[in-house]
Design a protein. Structure first.
Length: 229
């Protein structure tokens, strides 16, 4: 597993924090994180790739291909800014270039799997297909997550892509009934294993604490020690 694509079932569900946890759990390996399109930030503000590198405790190569100021889907944000969009082949080329010098490249998408990068309909799924890379799905814990996860898994399967597994991006400290049941039901919805649950608020931890605890949130398949039971 040289390249791993990280996608969410939606936005603001902990994708960046999960990416950082995977990077931190891969200590001892040369890790790079690639953010194809960063939206909603002005020039000079730290983006998701930089946040992954910070939380993982350093030693992670952070690369951002494009940045658009408005917090919109990349295709829309690029069009409104009058800037060139990111194309799936550019994402694939950048990931392959990083893979030549790194043991693991994490490609973090923007929002969900089929959010458009350009007005031709290019998506993160297209980049993953060009790379023949597996996709790790980040999902919320609570009510509604099973449908969104099943739809994402179906979209992956339809395109011949492999779902590496699912990670809960923000697990409440005191999960409600739905969140507790979803620990059992998410693997069924995804047709792939549940590979971790990152606690809510993990992204606010000091980087040293985050890096030290990351393995406890992820399953052995991602370099961790976590188990659903």
């Amino acid at each position: 597993m040289t390249i791993l694509v990280v996608s969410g079932t939606g936005t603001e569900i902990g994708k960046t924090v999960v990416t950082a946890a995977v990077a931190a759990a891969s200590r001892g390996r040369r890790v790079a994180v690639l953010k194809p399109a960063q939206t909603g930030l002005a020039p000079g503000e730290p983006g998701d790739a930089a946040e992954v590198a910070r939380l993982a405790g350093g030693g992670v190569t952070a690369v951002e291909l494009a940045r658009f100021p408005e917090p919109l889907a990349p295709a829309t944000a690029a069009r409104r800014a009058g800037l060139a969009p990111v194309r799936p082949y550019e994402v694939a080329e950048a990931a392959e270039k990083l893979a030549a010098d790194h043991d693991l490249v994490l490609v973090e998408g923007a929002g969900g799997l089929l959010v458009r990068f350009d007005d031709d309909g290019g998506t993160l799924a297209d980049a993953a297909r060009l790379l023949s890379a597996p996709v790790l799905v980040v999902a919320p814990a609570g009510l509604g997550t099973l449908n969104a996860t099943a739809l994402t898994a179906e979209a992956l399967s339809h395109r011949g892509l492999t779902c590496r597994g699912v990670v809960v991006g923000s697990m409440p400290q005191e999960p409600d009934l739905a969140a507790r049941c979803n620990i059992d039901d998410l693997p069924v919805a995804a047709g792939a294993p549940l590979l971790g649950a990152v606690p809510a608020g993990a992204g606010a931890l000091p980087s040293a604490d985050f890096a030290a605890r990351a393995r406890s949130w992820l399953a052995p398949e991602l370099g961790g020690t976590w188990s659903p039971r």
